[in-house]
Design a protein around this ligand. Sequence first.
Ligand code: DX5
Ligand code: ZN
Length: 220
Amino acid sequence: MTVRIAPSILSADFARLAEAVGHAKDGGADLLHVDVMDGHFVPNITVGPPVVAGLKRATSLPLDVHLMITNPDRYLEAFVEAGASMITVHAEVLPHLHRTLTAIRLLGAKAGVAINPSTPVASIGEVTAEIDHLLVMSVNPGFGGQPLIPRTFHKLTEARELLARAGSSAAIEVDGGVEVENAGALVKAGASVLVAGSAIFGSHDPAAAIRALRRAAEAG
Ligand code: DX5
Ligand code: ZN
């Protein structure tokens, strides 16, 4: 299986984002993961559309925008206009998930759903035809540098089975606590996109860290 590596800039130096995206490109990253937090859905606050627009100017890597915000509908257009190629919204905040996913695709971006560790995989069962990717949170969202919750392996396999049954070829992202030591097992369990923040930007050589993650992911 082809594995994509998505460095999360959450763990980069926000004063040197251009440098961080340069390292991501040098290391052969496939996507750039941007964590948007609003201080409501999660306790932390990060960045918004202006920073996404700045990243878009700084890199040719597709921007994978993970919205950890309570009202994503209000901002979809702004993020797509800013340059997001992929938009991921959280199932927990959306009573009209189908409508939101359809709206993301109509705007021209790839649509994804994220599920928290306490949210069952089955919650995306009715929208498999509307998603390009599913993001399985392997930590409680809000902060980088947390250890991966072991139950994630089971959820990834469940997600892979659910998508296969539905005839969906949606990618499965895993986000939180991803490192060289667990990358192979995560891919074996079902992940096809590895999001990693501290394992990459916490390293003294982020490009080498990306290459190491890819090797580990492909070695299983
Ligand atoms: C956490 C974010 C993650 C975060 C992962 O809420 O969604 O993308 O950057 O960071 P690490 O890889 O350090 O766990
Ligand atoms: Zn994320």
